[in-house]
Design a protein around this ligand. Structure first.
Ligand code: AMP
Ligand code: MN
Length: 331
């Protein structure tokens, strides 16, 4: 919990911070924000990652200093692991021998750290880093604010998703107060894509299908598509939301072939449809409206199973909704 994290920071001096492989905006923004906070408190801190920082996040303060590593090499008093469901998600060796502080906002997160701070009510880990900064008596500098703001914007889909709460907007407002320019961050994230992303988008969109009820849509990205588009890591970020922008679509399945016969699956839903449970059925996890898993096997067969599980989740949510309505009527 938070008080233990503060204790670790106050009693130790040398820190590393890491997040999951193929880092997203929350992972990067929260890691860089925490690094700046620790340094402002007079501590030694560095961010270590397995993968490259995506192009659109490279302008964040401290991004140029991030170390790309295969294993933990330095001598650290503690390693902060940000936004990871388990100890393997960072893809970095030798982590199990470290004093690990696990910070996450997924309810499905394993308590793999020596200290675990999980706040499933936070819209992003960025929001937790902001709370930590306040709780430890740190100053929210413009640089820290930019990192945290990027985490909030990306994890809430620009404050569109249901994880956007009063607290999220209050934190965002505080960040703007100390100098964040929302338009500048949004432009860096959403209007600085490479053409390869557009090429990839064209191919992926052409595969979109929907079920007879018109409530669940699915689409695919083959290795051949990625190659033909010249796609690089991060080019598919956000594509999964395209079918969801249709009025009657409540669930999306997006399968990406990462090796022949092996797929990364992104699941998305709207409203009261919990698809973390669907992802868990396939060995993954995530949030109520955004989840994922990694699967291997026959593409058509797996796709069928995933679509069917998503359709079930959509139908079940409708039944639950009817029942709660009935309760309201009876009350
Ligand atoms: P993505 O579709 O890759 O953006 O993933 C959405 C969310 O699903 C992530 O924030 C994770 O919480 C979760 N997730 C994705 N892939 C996995 C996985 N292989 N194992 C566990 N959780 C996952
Ligand atoms: Mn997150």
């Amino acid at each position: 919990m938070l008080s233990q994290v503060i204790e670790v920071i106050e009693n130790k001096n040398n820190f590393a911070i890491t997040t999951h492989v193929r880092p997203d905006g929350d992972g990067i923004g929260s890691s860089l924000g925490l690094c700046l906070l620790l340094r402002s408190l007079g501590k030694n801190a560095e961010v270590i990652l397995r993968d490259e920082i995506p192009e659109s996040y490279k302008q964040l303060p401290g991004a140029e200093e991030v170390k790309k590593v295969g294993a933990v090499n330095g001598r650290y008093d503690a390693v902060f692991v940000i936004e990871c469901s388990d100890i393997d998600r960072p893809g970095i060796g030798n982590l199990e021998n470290q004093f690990v502080v696990n910070i996450d906002h997924h309810s499905t997160c394993e308590h793999f750290g020596n200290v675990n701070w999980i706040d499933a009510t936070a819209s992003a880990v960025g929001e937790m880093i902001y709370n930590l900064c306040k709780a430890i008596g740190g100053r929210v500098s413009k640089e820290i604010a930019e990192c945290v703001y990027l985490a909030l914007v990306t994890d809430t889909g620009s404050f569109h998703f249901p994880n956007t709460t009063e607290r999220t907007l209050k934190v965002a407002s505080e960040l703007v107060k100390v100098g964040v320019e929302p338009a500048k961050i949004s432009e860096a994230v959403y209007s600085s894509y490479s053409w390869s992303r557009i090429e990839l988008m064209r191919r992926v969109i052409s595969t979109i299908q929907r079920d007879p009820n018109g409530k669940v849509a699915w689409m695919r990205q083959s290795l051949a598509d990625s190659e033909a588009a010249g796609a690089v890591d991060g080019d598919n970020n956000g594509l999964v939301n395209i079918p969801l922008s249709a009025k009657d679509i409540y669930g999306v399945v997006y399968m990406r072939e990462v090796q022949p016969g092996t797929f990364r699956v992104s699941l998305r839903s709207k409203g009261n449809i919990n698809i973390a449970r669907v992802a868990e059925q396939f060995g993954g996890g995530g949030h109520k409206n955004a989840a994922g898993c990694r699967v291997s096997g026959d593409w058509d067969e797996i796709e069928k199973k995933l679509v069917s599980a998503m359709s079930d989740a959509v139908e079940k949510a409708e039944i639950e909704y009817d029942e709660s309505e009935r309760e309201l009527l009876l009350a």
